[in-house]
Write a protein that binds this ligand. Sequence first.
Ligand code: M6R
Length: 366
Amino acid sequence: EKGGYEHFMLKEIFEQPRSVKDCFRGRVNADEGHLVLGGLREYLDDIAKSQRIVIVACGTSWHAGLVAEYVFEELARIPVEVEYASEFRYRNPIIKEGDVVIAISQSGETMDTLAAIELAKSKGAIILGVCNAVGSSIPRTTHAGAYTHAGPEIGVASTKAFTAQVSVLTLMAIAVARRKGILHEDTFRRFLFELERIPEKIEKVLKNAEKIKEISALFSEARNFIYLGRGLNFPVALEGALKLKEISYIHAEGYPAAEMKHGPIALIDEDMPVVFIATRDQSYEKIVSNIQEVKARKGKVIAVVTEGDKLIPTMADHVIEIPITHEVLTPLLSVIPLQLLSYHIAVMRGCNVDQPRNLAKSVTVE
Ligand code: M6R
């Protein structure tokens, strides 16, 4: 059932070209200029009219929410707040009638997320679900939603569910922007075209698996790791750090790269591996100077860069290339090397990657 792979996690990482394609099936058609999210059709006007979107989730799903915050604000121009479900539910959150709450959950059973939904519902919000497990509790309590269609995820560390969540949320943001009439037809067409290319580009990232394994071998004894990214790659940095800590038990922190000088830079020395997600985007120049700051303090830099980057390879100790795509879609590619890095490091340390200590696949207690 592991399809020839040593672990479910590895199988699920390698399934991503297919799971993302499944997520787009029947929804995206570039030739015909179609984008359809059947489950949301009735609510598209309400979302387009809403003044505010609140996203509630936990763990990796919360990271997908942070990516969605950038995408929704950029494309649909609706303010988004991303909340840990556990924090949201125990405050007296300000939710008004007509606010849109999006709950993201792979399992659809996470207790805190369910409770956050009930609370928001009682205050008159429109509740939308982005879930993977079909027929689970969360999709049954929401008003509407879109399944991620990633297929069952067995490994405790979430991988293909994350890319599917980001995919669905991106489709939602594009659909809402279009409904609001603020997405130019050409931009819309280009998105559809780029979305359809994502599965083959993930395939291409996966071709670097051997190289990533070699890099992993050099860092399997590390005691700490820092992950840095800016913009859309900031949540990817958080996700990379979470993946590493949960399955390899190495202490890892994710930060927005510019925050480094406000504290974490004090940690940098020759024993500190720093993973930069440094793709060619608006913040490229800025992240290049962050890499210089780390190198000046003798940190070891592993950089995820855009194919063909000439500059960063002259500065970083190791580089992993990913194909170019629309900037907004970058997290779908940049997260893949980080999943593989944590997987290989955990295996090299002899950890039980599919069932890490102290963790359960779905957290149905608070
Ligand atoms: O099933 P959910 O998406 O609601 O689960 C949320 C978190 O428990 C989950 O993402 C957890 O953080 C994973 N182990 C991360 O890999």
